[in-house]
Write a protein that binds this ligand. Structure first.
Ligand SMILES: [Zn+2]
Length: 427
């Protein structure tokens, strides 16, 4: 399997299975219901893990929760811990509802402060960082490879942090920030006084606390290459730790097409997208573009994804053709070549059109879409209950609708809404 690596700007071969593949994918800052764009690194990470495991790898995924951040403190002054806890729950619920399972570890910055502090202490002791006025800064000049990941000349970088007279060099970045009274509910004790960690050191410390000083893949959105990941590389490699071997950056989700009801504030969160389109349409939508490329989220692209979903689903109503023993290879070839999901999706459609239902079911399962095969096998009496419930809801008879939902659940089925009807999913 080959993956594109931002650091070397080339396709890098993964070791052969059953090798260990440890992945760390940067997660969200939790201060509101997560944006649909946050779903992409999650989905890509879960798909990588799913594919690697299906191929005999020992794959582990860590996805962190950034619950120490100014955005949280600004959104809920004095009550930021409550907001962060609630927004973390929302994120876990919303991503769980994508139906892909969950990462192996979901470390929180607030629960990793001792590891972060000892990481900073090592950087200070080795001369790569210096305390100043209660803050601690990374000394960029001490790490000659600085700028390599993002392709910048070390003397031209700008951190985008507020300028500080405490910095020896304007390129230096904060590892520890002294407590300011306005954020009095958000500090921890440290050898440099009360304060809180900077964002970049959180990820270096959380990744290494779980994986140790070396691991295989570091993922996250392309917008994180600089400064976040450049600074993670500097912090960890300054200490001689190999850190990530492959940097896998997913492309950004864009709203360049038709505006998605921006004025109404709808359909921009993962929650709204699931409620509007259903999880399966969202997953098919993400399949339509290479994980590294930008992807347009619009009424049009989502409608197209819904149509493709229907084509795949409807193929299960036909009689299966004789199983093609060699059919799987084209699908595997697509994914082994930099996880080319548009090519893999084309193979799924080819199988659908040829009645290769066993291959199709297996291929869909890699992407958490095995449920597409289930509706056709719902027994007639279950479909009947669902139809009666649909009717009851159309008549706004919610009592009957709720009773029928409970009957369905008791029989082991769940009715999931779609814009043009419903799915029946086994629970
Ligand atoms: Zn991170």
């Amino acid at each position: 399997m080959r993956l594109y690596d931002t650091y070397t700007r080339s396709l890098v071969e993964l070791p052969a299975a059953p090798a260990l593949v440890r992945m760390y994918v940067c997660g969200p800052t939790v201060y509101a219901r997560a944006h649909i764009g946050n779903a992409r690194p999650f989905v890509v990470g879960m798909w990588f893990r799913s594919w690697l495991k299906a191929n005999g790898y020992d794959a582990t995924l860590v996805h962190n929760i950034t619950d120490i951040n100014d955005k949280i403190y600004d959104a809920a002054p004095g009550k930021s811990a409550e907001l962060a806890a609630r927004a973390t729950e929302w994120y876990l619920e919303d991503t769980a509802d994508l139906g892909l399972g969950m990462p192996d570890y979901l470390p929180k910055a607030t629960e990793s402060v001792p590891a972060i502090v000892s990481f900073i202490e090592e950087l200070v002791a080795s001369g790569h960082a210096y305390p100043a006025g209660g803050d601690v800064y990374f000394r960029v000049a001490s790490f000659p490879e600085y700028g390599r990941l993002s392709g910048q000349k070390p003397d031209q970088v700008e951190q985008g942090e507020e300028p500080s007279p405490l910095k020896e060099d304007p390129r230096d970045f904060a590892l520890w920030k002294a407590n300011k009274p306005v954020t009095e509910d958000t500090w921890w004790d440290s050898p440099w006084g009360r304060g809180r960690p900077g964002w970049h050191i959180e990820c270096s410390a959380m990744a290494e606390e779980i994986f140790g000083p070396a691991f295989e893949i570091h993922g996250g959105g392309l917008d994180l290459v600089f400064p976040h990941h450049e600074n993670e590389v500097a912090q960890s490699r300054a200490l001689g730790h190999p850190f990530a071997q492959i940097w896998a950056h997913n492309g950004m989700l864009q709203f360049t097409g038709e505006k998605m009801s921006k004025s109404s504030g709808k359909v921009e969160t993962i929650r709204d997208a699931i409620d509007t389109w259903g999880r399966e349409t969202i997953l098919v939508f993400f399949l339509t573009a290479s994980w590294r490329k930008p992807i347009d989220y619009s009424e049009e692209t989502m409608t197209q994804a819904a149509a493709r979903l229907e084509t795949l689903r409807n193929s299960f109503t036909r009689d299966p053709a004789a199983h093609d023993e060699n059919g799987w290879q084209a699908f595997a070839d697509a994914l082994e070549d930099d996880f080319d999901t548009p090519a893999a999706l084309a193979v799924l459609h080819d199988w659908a059109s040829r009645g290769q239902l066993e291959l199709l079911r297996r291929g869909l399962a890699v992407f958490g879409l095995e449920s597409l095969a289930e509706r056709a096998v719902a027994p007639a009496e279950i479909v009947e209950l669902a139809e009666r419930r649909l009717q009851a809801r159309a008549e706004r008879d919610f009592e009957t609708s709720d009773r029928l939902r409970d009957e369905l659940a008791a029989a082991g089925w769940e009715m999931r809404d779609r814009p043009d009807g419903y799915d029946l999913v086994r629970i």
